[in-house]
Design a protein around this ligand. Structure first.
Ligand SMILES: [Zn+2]
Length: 122
């Protein structure tokens, strides 16, 4: 289905998935209003892209990998930022597999990787 639909829009399946995931992102927010620090703020929530840093210990060396394009929720009123905890947990899980795979194949690790590239890599 992806193959056919991407052909319809004259895109490669990879580009199509990337675009589809990107445009779907706008429909993810499910937070209605801000409940920052237990106080009633009621600010409007917007979705922003916020990099997420994951620290890896490989041998004796610590390496940080920055995941870019990770959606987060920001309150327009108080500026409080909330992460999708489940999404972050899944990203870290997937990244862990990706790192193991790359190390196994003696490939170098990226300093940073887009969430969309990570989706495509798996
Ligand atoms: Zn707020």
């Amino acid at each position: 289905m992806v193959k056919l639909k991407s052909a319809l829009y004259n895109m490669s399946p990879d580009d199509f998935i990337r675009e589809a995931v990107k445009s779907y992102q706008g429909e993810i927010p499910s937070l209605d209003s801000c409940v920052s620090s237990g106080e009633f703020c009621d600010g409007e929530i917007e979705v922003i892209d916020l990099p997420h840093v994951v620290a890896f210990k490989i041998g004796n060396q610590e390496t940080d990998i920055v995941i870019t394009d990770v959606p987060a929720y920001r309150c327009k009123k108080c500026g409080d930022i909330q992460r999708d905890v489940e999404l972050i947990a899944t990203i870290e899980e997937v990244l862990d597999e990706e790192v193991k795979e790359r190390l196994g194949e003696q490939e170098s690790l990226p300093r940073s990787i887009s969430l969309y590239d990570l989706i495509q890599a798996n």
